[in-house]
Ligand binder design. Structure first.
Ligand code: AHR
Length: 650
């Protein structure tokens, strides 16, 4: 049935062919090779992307390091006598993890417990093993721990006991396997007996993490990334890199090694968006730089770290470090390259090996700054460039033009071009119309200048930055139209990434986002499917697709581009119909001798241009793939508001 429908859809109707507009694709004139990096992804810890997101730990604030040290925790007793539960701060002795909880229980009890609420409740799955662990020190023996996973009604669905063992800090763990599932569960630690106990670094991870790694990442979220087959992962930001001020900037060295040594800091998005404050948003760095590099390796993406350039977020404090104190920042960059790529005899290569990964991660790019601009940026960039190029001439540096195509962009672009930088990063958060109007943007770019990286872009349905923006079909197809322009100009546009990547449905600051999720589900947006369609149909070389000798950049509301894949011997054509009318296009392949061609057609469409996917209706806009047969001068029908990817053996 499917096949018949497909053949009906795409067929050689001579009559129609005469009426329809013709796209001539020259399959033997290879314009340019496509970089494997053309379609990538960008992860930033925004919208609860890391803790409560990719980092699968159920416990919020397990280290008691939040500014309000018991945020996320409640005691079972209405009132605890003074001195029974206190937070100790040993800042001098342990600056990376100063706080811990001390319990001093003079009289035997079994009614004192600490409840963790998780991230808006815990999803607890029946018969999945959960690994609870903590750092514990017994100052006065006599207290035993009873750990329970509770359902929403407060009924225990898993129980385990743990006997603190020593008078010095020790990591102890115990596993629990629930007999039931809970959507809004909690975890409680009961303290039985009397004595004195210190507790820190409490965590509870499910065992069904990505690749079953202990204390690992949420498998369904990583799978969603792997399914895109991205060429690279840009990480960790975004404004996160810059921080509200320099104290809060991202420092990669604080994110590796034992979890207890990773210095928790406030998340920039905790207070970043006035309309959506998130006072419990912190960065534990359970997803740190080693996990990031490992993730890249796991899903076949090249790492693309971004480093602070000595400037904090220019929308916030705009602090800069004086030039004569920039060296530690530059050293961080040099050390990061060594940590990623250095052999095991170098200090940071050795560190990587000690952390379990002797093989290098083959990092090729480093972003100097995120959205920084002005002469202060240029000055700092030059210092970074000099030091990095001297030691690592092959590392390509990504340089910033700021946050949008505004007057500041022009200045930055011209200065960066004069400096002959490797790669210029451009960011576009714009309306559907802007994306449609700019499908030809790169057709006349300077071919001899730096390469272009679309480090962040997304179509905003209502207004740029509006909280009402939605991931509509129209947004997705506007991005697709724009992406045909990126593909056609793959000789200068070598990389691109949608932003932001993830958003928790109950805890977001920014919209739209590529992937939404809650504590147990992942929701792909129409934009996600566009990224996936382009990435999985990347091809190896661009070939010309012309309508009356011109690139197709919006004539009659259509957009198109073509590539070939020399490994599979296929032609891949992307066709976008941005109108509410059905369109017919004749695909003319003068160089193809075969009369009958077979392949597949993937169509992304929906009930209306403003259609969105929701957790209740996740498949309102999803691509449908059919097999097709087409003659080498056949007609293809483009349904209203659709993104079409035709893939045929030539
Ligand atoms: O993607 C969200 C934010 O948008 C990024 O953190 C920042 O780089 C940009 O302004």
């Amino acid at each position: 049935m499917l096949r018949i429908a497909a053949i009906l859809l795409i067929s050689c109707y001579t009559l129609q062919a005469q009426e329809s507009i013709t796209y001539v694709i020259n399959t033997t004139t290879v314009k340019t090779a496509i970089q494997p990096s053309l379609w990538g992804i960008f992860f930033e810890d925004i919208n609860r992307g890391a803790d409560g997101g990719l980092n699968a730990d159920l416990i919020k604030n397990g280290s008691f390091e939040f500014n309000t040290p018991l945020m996320g925790w409640k005691t079972t007793a209405r009132r605890i006598p003074d001195g029974v539960a206190i937070i100790v701060n040993r800042q001098q002795e342990n600056p990376n993890n100063p706080k811990y909880l001390q319990l001093d229980i003079p009289r035997s009890t079994d009614t004192l417990g600490l409840v963790n609420e998780g991230f808006g409740g815990m999803v607890i799955k029946k018969e999945v093993r959960y690994d609870f662990s903590l750092l514990v020190r017994q100052q006065q023996p006599g207290i035993q721990l009873r750990i329970e996973l509770l359902n929403a009604a407060g009924k225990p669905i898993a129980t385990a006991r743990l006997q603190p063992a020593t008078s010095s800090w020790q990591e102890q763990s115990v596993s629990l396997t629930p007999t039931d599932t809970a959507r809004k569960g909690r975890l409680v630690i009961w303290f039985e007996g009397s004595g004195k106990l210190d507790l820190d670094m409490i965590s509870c991870y499910p065992s069904d993490t990505w690749k079953g790694r202990p204390k690992g990442l949420r498998a369904d979220m990583v799978q969603a990334l792997a399914d895109i087959k991205p060429g690279f992962i840009r990480f960790p930001g975004g404004c996160i890199v810059e921080g509200t001020d320099l104290n809060e900037r991202y420092q990669w060295k604080q994110t590796i090694g034992p979890r207890v040594e990773r210095k928790l800091i406030i998340n920039k998005w905790n207070h970043g968006v006035a309309a959506r404050p998130t006072p419990d948003y912190y960065q534990s760095f359970g997803l740190g730089f080693l996990e990031y590099f490992q993730l890249c390796e796991d899903i076949g993406a090249t790492p693309m770290p971004i480093i602070n350039c000595g400037m904090s977020c220019q929308f916030n404090t705009a602090e800069v470090v004086p030039m004569d104190q920039l060296n530690p920042y530059i050293q961080d960059a040099l050390d990061l390259i060594e940590f990623a790529n250095g052999n095991v005899n170098t200090p940071w290569g050795k560190k990587r090996a000690e952390l379990g990964h002797p093989a290098p991660f083959n990092m090729k790019w480093l972003g100097v700054g995120n959205e920084n601009w002005g002469p202060q940026y240029i000055e700092r960039l030059q210092a970074f460039t000099k030091a990095i190029k001297q030691r690592y001439p092959d590392i390509q540096l990504i340089t910033s033009t700021g946050y949008s195509p505004n007057p500041q962009f022009k200045y930055m672009d011209s200065v960066l071009r004069k400096l002959n930088v490797d790669i210029i990063d451009e960011h576009y958060y714009q309306t559907p119309n802007w994306f449609l109007m700019n499908a030809g943007k790169y057709d006349n770019y300077d071919r001899k200048g730096p390469k272009i990286f679309l480090g962040e872009y997304a179509c905003h349905s209502v207004r740029i930055g509006s909280q009402d923006n939605r991931n509509t079909l129209l947004c997705a197809l506007s991005e697709a139209a724009f992406m045909t322009g990126l593909e056609r100009n793959a000789d200068i546009v070598t990389m691109s990434a949608y932003a932001p990547l993830f958003a928790h449905t109950d805890a977001w600051q920014w919209t739209p986002n590529l992937i939404w999720f809650d504590n147990s589900r992942v929701l792909a947006t129409p934009s996600y499917y566009v990224q996936q369609l382009f990435s999985r149909n990347r091809g190896t070389h661009v070939v010309p697709l012309l309508q009356e000798g011109m690139a197709v950049t919006g004539q009659d509301s259509c957009y198109a581009s073509a590539v070939i894949d020399t490994t599979t011997k296929e032609l891949i054509v992307k066709l976008i119909n941005a109108s509410g009318e059905t369109k017919q296009r004749t695909i003319d392949l003068p160089q193809v001798k075969k009369k009958k061609l077979t392949g597949t057609l993937a169509v992304l469409k929906g009930p209306a241009p403003n259609a969105i996917n929701t957790l209740g209706q996740p498949e309102a806009v999803t691509p449908a793939v059919t097999t097709v047969e087409i003659k080498n001068k056949g007609v293809i029908t483009l349904t209203p508001y659709s993104v079409n990817v035709l893939r045929i053996k030539i």
